[in-house]
Each structure stands twice: as structure tokens, then as C-alpha cells.
Write a protein that binds this ligand. Structure first.
Ligand SMILES: Nc1ncnc2c1ncn2[C@@H]1O[C@H](COP(=O)(O)OP(=O)(O)OP(=O)(O)O)[C@@H](O)[C@H]1O
Length: 252
């Protein structure tokens, strides 16, 4: 099977004026396969967010390459980059702040549809369908971000990500701000949507128990490098690397 996303020697160096350069992502190679949930774990500052920001072209890459569906997207610009943004969508930790507080959830979810020329009526129909798919009733269409719970807002953020028919959804601590029961519900929703839409996920998460339950494969990052990878059972239950052992022990 061909990977839907692949990086080759991907490197991101931050250059700071008056200070030495900092390598946040250091020659990273990984593949994400269709329908796969790939977890990314590692201590704070190990480079997880920078890696996913680089693969989704939200930050420039210093060295190396990114292939999306076999296409080299490392340095694409303009229309090609806008197309690429549609295939890779992100869901973040704090959904409330990712919506414009002055606009309803329905408006926010439908924005990309209206921007791509869908009529207002068609966009509304599609938003209602997306809300329902994400477990939210029609009444949420007119609600503002501050009028819903964290879990409901995260469902709306997932609906918004799906509006552009992505292939890959990147969840950066997407369940971390939610309580345990709501976390489970969001994970179940993500699993259901993955099956229905044949999505692939990159799943950054500090909670190793969730990673073990949810992911097919896990990458462990340290100082911008991948130091270990394997199935959750291999990586979390029988870690080979000293760093992974420490990481696992630190959360037990
Ligand atoms: N714009 C930036 N300029 C300079 N350094 C940065 C920038 N963004 C991130 N870094 C540095 O890169 C390193 C990796 O950060 P990153 O946010 O990718 O880590 P992370 O593993 O996602 O951490 P966390 O789990 O806390 O979110 C950190 O040392 C951070 O300070």
C-alpha cells in the first residue's frame, strides 16, 4: 500500500536573531498509510507540533521533502498549496478559540464551502449534514462558540475540518482539554468518521493510555528526531529505547 503522507529527511530549523539556530525537527522520515491512525508522542518541546505544522505546510520546511498522495508538496505555492490545505486539516486542543467568537458555529463550519463557490443554501444543507454526522443537532447551527460545551465545540471543529473533504486529519492534543468521558466520545466519533470517510489521522497526544487505545502505530519523538516507532503494544508496553521507557514511566 502506498502512503498517503510521507516525509523524507524533513528538517525545520528556527533561526533567531542574535542567537544560534534551533533544530526543532531533525531529519524525520515517516509514512502515514490510508486509514491509519498514527500517534506521535514525546515530551514537551520534542518537536511534535512543529513536525505536523511543517507537514501541513503551515510553516516552511528548511530541508527534506513531504509527499502527499505521492505529490511533492514541500515547496508548492498558490493554488496548489490551497488545494493541499484542503487535503490536510487540523483539529486543535482548544476548539473555542479556533472559532471566531462573533460568528455562529454554522457560519464557521460553512465558511470554506461558501469560499469555494457553494451557494448559501447548499452550504447550509451541507453544514447541517456535517453537524449531524458529528453528533450535533440542527440547533447548534445558530449557536456561538461560547454557548456550547468544550466537547460540543470540538465536534463542531471536527465538522469544520471535514467540510473540505480532507484525506488526513491532524489532531494536535484534540482531546486534552476535555474530561475523560467526553474524550472517549470524541475518540469514538473520530473512529466512526475514519471508517465512513477512509480518513487517516496523525494524533499528537500526551496521554499514552489514549494513544494505546486509539492508534495503530506510534512514533516517539525526542529533540526533533524519531527515536522509536512501532505498534502501541510494542512502544508503550515493551519500549526498547531508554527515552521511551522514561516517558512511559513518567505517566504511570
Ligand atoms: N516559532 C518558533 N521559533 C523558535 N522556536 C520554536 C518556534 N516554535 C517552536 N519552537 C521550539 O521548537 C521546539 C519544539 O516545539 P514544539 O511545539 O514542536 O514541541 P512539542 O513537542 O509539540 O511540545 P508540546 O508537547 O509542549 O506542545 C521547542 O523547543 C520550541 O521552543
Amino acid at each position: 500500500m502506498k502512503p498517503v503522507l510521507e516525509t523524507k529527511e524533513l528538517t525545520k530549523i528556527f533561526a533567531a536573531e542574535g542567537k544560534s539556530d534551533f533544530t526543532a525537527v531533525d531529519h524525520v522520515n515517516f509514512q502515514l498509510y490510508p486509514g491509519e491512525i498514527l500517534g506521535i508522542v514525546g515530551e514537551s518541546g520534542s518537536g511534535k507540533s512543529t513536525l505536523v505544522r511543517a507537514v501541513s505546510r503551515l510553516t516552511d520546511v528548511t530541508e527534506g521533502s513531504i509527499f502527499l498522495d505521492g505529490q511533492d508538496i514541500t515547496r508548492i505555492k498558490g493554488k496548489a498549496l490551497r488545494q493541499c490545505y484542503k487535503k490536510l486539516q487540523m483539529v486543535f486542543q482548544t476548539p473555542v478559540t479556533s472559532f471566531d467568537p462573533r460568528r455562529t458555529l454554522g457560519d464557521g463550519i460553512g465558511e470554506s464551502l461558501r469560499n469555494s463557490g457553494t451557494s448559501k443554501a447548499e452550504a447550509k444543507k451541507e453544514v447541517l449534514r456535517l453537524l449531524s454526522q458529528c453528533g450535533l443537532s440542527e440547533e447548534f447551527y445558530g449557536r456561538y462558540p461560547h454557548e456550547v460545551s468544550g466537547g460540543q465545540c470540538q465536534r463542531a471543529a471536527i465538522a469544520r475540518a471535514l467540510a473540505v473533504q480532507p484525506k488526513i486529519v491532524i489532531c494536535d492534543e484534540a482531546t486534552s482539554s476535555l474530561d475523560v468521558t467526553v474524550q472517549q466520545q470524541i475518540l469514538e466519533l473520530l473512529k466512526k468518521l475514519k471508517e465512513e470517510r477512509n480518513l487517516s489521522y496523525l494524533f499528537i497526544c500526551h496521554n499514552l493510555a489514549l494513544v494505546q487505545m486509539f492508534c495503530d502505530r506510534v512514533l516517539v519523538m525526542k529533540d526533533g528526531k524519531i527515536v522509536e516507532e512501532g505498534t502501541p503494544d510494542e512502544v508503550i508496553m515493551q519500549p526498547k529505547e531508554a527515552y521511551t521507557k522514561l516517558l512511559v514511566e513518567s505517566v504511570l
